[in-house]
Design a protein around this ligand. Sequence first.
Ligand SMILES: Nc1ncnc2c1ncn2[C@@H]1O[C@H](COP(=O)(O)OP(=O)(O)OP(=O)(O)O)[C@@H](O)[C@H]1O
Ligand SMILES: [Mg+2]
Length: 503
Amino acid sequence: MTNYKLSLENISKSFGTLKANDQVTLDVRPGTVHAVLGENGAGKSTLMNILYGLYRPDEGRILVDGQAVAIDSPRAALAAGIGMVHQHFMLVGQLTVTENIVLGMKGQGLKLDLATHVRKISELSQSFGFEIDPEAEVMKLPIGMQQRVEILKLLYHNAEVLILDEPTSVLTPNETGPFFELLERLKSAGKTIIFITHKLDEVMTIADDVTVMQDGKVMASLPKSDTDPANLARIMVGREVLFQVKRSSHASGPVVLRLADVSASNTRGLTALDQVTLEVRAGEVFGIAGVDGNGQAELAETIAGLRPVDSGRIFLSDSDITQTSISDRADKLGIAYVPEDRHRDGIVLDESVAQNMILRTYDRAPFARFGFFNPGAIRDHAERLTSAFNVRMQSVDQEIRFLSGGNQQKVILARELEGEPKVLIVAQPTKGLDVGAIEFVQQQILVQRDRGVAVLYISTELEHLLDVCDRVGVLFSGKLMDTVDSSEATPERVGLLMAGVAA
Ligand SMILES: Nc1ncnc2c1ncn2[C@@H]1O[C@H](COP(=O)(O)OP(=O)(O)OP(=O)(O)O)[C@@H](O)[C@H]1O
Ligand SMILES: [Mg+2]
């Protein structure tokens, strides 16, 4: 099946009054990487969920080699040669790689015993250079490897088309290169890859063709060689994108947040922060660079009060807050924290957008008066914030679970950036956002800075960090390697520190 040709013809899908896909027609050339780009809420995931049989289109057809195929379940999709890896993996942690792969296999597969599956999976893994042990317990594999298991699973079930929804968002910068090499090998073997991303440089690296969506429609579908990042951004957002926010020079004030020799352990009881000392001033953005998992999460959590310190002290202005409770830090002292795992920590999926906007302030005026909710005020507040942050949705009464991934992020960022904190800790604020939204969020962070907030900005995306930070500190293995002034913080210099090479 090397000539597996997939086409979508006039696919439309509405949710209530919202047209998430509007007459989408798309040709995917066999043996290519086809990137799908578009703003948050443009309809990318919806389209892929239709292709994968999770949603039924209201109209339109899916064609394989010119023949219409009925895809009414993921099983039917796989039978038609189409597989998908979601952003949130669907593996069972306690089972082995092989068990996960053969799980739910019907017919043919059942006739083979497990040992035969192990052997065949091992062969398949080796032939594509996956480097996966078929007998490893999935839970013990790093995220990048779990992603490979998902892909291997699809290949084992003879998928010809692999749909990958923002696959690189779970990878560290070091893992992205090898991941792209893997995609190249799949391509050489004739597989077709549909690749959703917000990162234009990735499109330029790996894609053969690009389709840009906006408001449910296809705006352009073209070979990569006919376009460039600025052009793609323009088609996507409908205006010029700066790519680099304008940053005025700043005069920072006194030290607001100070960590003195702070050490802390991670959830497994191992040292995650190792005698970190740093200062963030009023009106300053202090960046924390580093490969994911080098203590960033623990750093943010100790400052927010979610994680106890093993030793060392934390000061806000001159007072020692090392033992202050989480709620006092947030409410009385003005330490705002936007966590990285916003799905786990930031939102209540069953609640409306409006309710999610007041998760911590619902009991205060104007949202509550004399013990009663004030729906008008709650709505107005949500309307104002969602319009400022360009959150795409049907109404503020909609359950937040129905918003696209990026728009959920925007709701939380809007809520957290709206208060008047003294200290703002943001972890990975640009993750999952489209280029226009990234620009906006970065501007908002600078607005806070200019108002005198001490900002700690944690990101694995070095370029985004260097765009907005005044100083950058690099975490490696729980240690603060060095702090560099932004004027001297070249990607090369910071990159070396990120790899643990001291200046
Ligand atoms: N089950 C649903 N019910 C109601 N609305 C939905 C549902 N699924 C998606 N939508 C809406 O359809 C639109 C398109 O969403 P989709 O998830 O396809 O966007 P996306 O392009 O993947 O965005 P992102 O880049 O943020 O992931 C959004 O406005 C979203 O709120
Ligand atoms: Mg999506």
